[in-house]
Write a protein that binds this ligand. Structure first.
Ligand code: BES
Ligand code: MN
Length: 465
């Protein structure tokens, strides 16, 4: 259990309603960023609040010393909206701890996980006065809206943010007690489709049958997004899609996340999706087309005999390595344009996007991460997984800063991220704090070894060459 002052601080963090997508919550977003800056300063880091065109970035650093690797720990303090709020057992920003589990929006995604790192850093600084690595902590406020201002921020501050490796705890452990290294994430492309028929809602008796109903048109278009094998039916959608390696399939089959477990987690009567792939394969390594929201016509009590003027849907496509979000937005828009009848007007708005990510879990500091995970939960095998979610900036860390990312998740698959009643086990604060300490040590050790090995190379080539 964390010290009671630490737990109290965590609950304070959770009380900020830092919903990035909702301008009504701007005050809470800013207050949360300020709170973080203050707390990191107190911990002994140099912490700054950096404005962006959107919500501020909290940037903190430890002492910089020549010859040590630089580790950038990334997280986000913004959270998803809370609706439907009536399904929460507690108000989402009034965290409650019951049976060692806290319920609040953001508890897992991402406040609990980033707070665990903050605890680890604070503890090490308190005990040793220094960290084993040069540390940069970057906590942003726009992850849940696709990090629109963070890539430009990385470009502007490229030198200041130069690092050897990035660490992110914004993913899951496969099950309680299973140390997990995530080496792949899906990407994302968002699209809105607006269908307009008549210029206003019409009496469905006076005009029904004469003009086409935009809700029906949209439903037809959406139904056509998948074929009968539940593959996405957009031309070119699977171009370049990277196949799943046999070692991945073998490893994933052994995980405690079978179809029965997944069914239980979702509450759906049964699982269903693209044929010839297991549910985990479909989530982690296959692309999808999802309707996130759909609306048209009368939604109130009783009936209203109306022929709606408009219908709209919000879609996102989850993408895997080999797919390009911009291209997917283009071919998806082309699908709607080609298939919409001339009886309606179509407007398509491209939304945010994020590239997929894939890295070799044994390369670079991957081995150091696996050693740290084993120390965190001794005697356990490290699960090597991909995940279906998206952290848009991870691909940018590679392309802009040239750094690979280690994804070390601390939340559980049934944590209700983005759903009502999001939870985080309080003991995962300590678990994550320990992981942070082991990880920084292991990265420092592995960097020291690499440096020694590298210095040997010229001599050997000289003698053999
Ligand atoms: N923490 C998640 C991403 C995630 C989820 C990683 C599950 C691994 C497993 C992150 O906060 C998130 O929700 N990202 C959004 C990104 C989007 C808004 C661009 C997502 O995946 O929907
Ligand atoms: Mn999220």
């Amino acid at each position: 259990m964390p010290a009671s002052a630490d737990l109290e601080a965590f609950l304070e963090f959770l009380r900020f309603g830092s919903i990035s997508t909702d301008s009504q919550h701007k005050g809470q977003v800013d207050a949360c960023a300020h709170w973080l800056q203050e707390r990191l300063t107190t911990a002994g880091l140099v912490a700054r609040l950096m404005p962006t065109a959107g919500h501020p970035v909290v940037l903190a650093r430890g002492l910089r010393q020549e010859g040590r690797p630089t580790v950038l720990i990334y997280g986000h303090y913004d959270v998803q909206p809370v609706d439907p709020v009536e399904l929460w057992t507690h108000p989402p920003f009034a965290p409650q701890v019951e049976n060692g589990i806290v319920t609040a929006r953001g508890a897992s995604d991402n406040k609990g996980q980033i707070f665990a790192h903050m605890l680890g850093i604070t503890e090490t600084l308190r005990q040793k006065g220094d960290l084993p690595v040069n540390l940069i902590l970057l906590i942003e406020g726009e992850e849940e809206i696709g990090s629109p201002n963070l890539a430009p921020f990385l470009r502007t501050h490229r030198e200041e943010l130069a690092c050897d490796v990035v660490v992110v705890s914004d993913s899951s452990m496969v099950a309680p007690g299973f140390p997990t290294l995530t080496y792949g994430l899906r990407g994302l492309a968002a699209l809105e489709v607006h269908v307009t028929g008549p210029d206003r809602d019409l009496h469905s008796g006076i005009f029904g049958g004469a003009v086409e109903n935009p809700a029906t048109v949209l439903a037809r278009l959406i139904a056509g997004l998948h074929d009968r094998n539940l593959k996405v039916a957009i031309d070119g959608f699977y171009e370049g899609v990277r196949t799943i390696e046999p070692w991945e399939r073998r490893g994933w089959r052994k995980l405690p996340l079978d179809d029965a477990a997944l069914t239980r987690m979702t509450g759906a009567p049964e699982l269903r999706g693209e044929r010839k792939f297991s549910a985990l394969e479909r989530i982690w390594a296959r692309p999808t087309a999802e309707v996130n929201g759909i609306g048209s016509g009368y939604q109130g009590e009783g009936t209203k005999t109306v022929l709606p003027s408009k219908a709209m849907a919000k879609l996102t496509f989850r993408l895997v390595p080999g797919q390009d979000p911009k291209r997917i937005q283009e071919i998806a828009a082309a699908y709607f344009r080609e298939h919409a009848p001339p009886s309606v007007r179509l407007e398509i708005v491209s939304g945010h996007s994020g590239d997929p990510y894939l890295v070799d879990p044994n390369a670079g500091f991957g081995a150091a991460a696996q050693r740290a995970l084993k120390r965190m939960l001794p005697g356990r095998k490290v699960a090597l997984i991909r995940e279906g979610g998206t952290i848009p900036i991870v691909a940018d860390f590679k392309s802009i800063l040239g750094a690979d990312t280690l994804l070390l998740g601390l939340c559980l698959p049934d944590c209700n991220a983005h759903s009502p009643n999001e939870t985080f086990p309080i003991e995962h604060l300590d678990l994550g704090a320990r992981l942070n300490r082991f990880l920084l040590e292991e990265i420092a050790r592995s960097a020291a070894q690499t440096t020694v090995d590298a210095s040997k190379i010229p001599n050997e080539t000289e003698t053999t060459g």
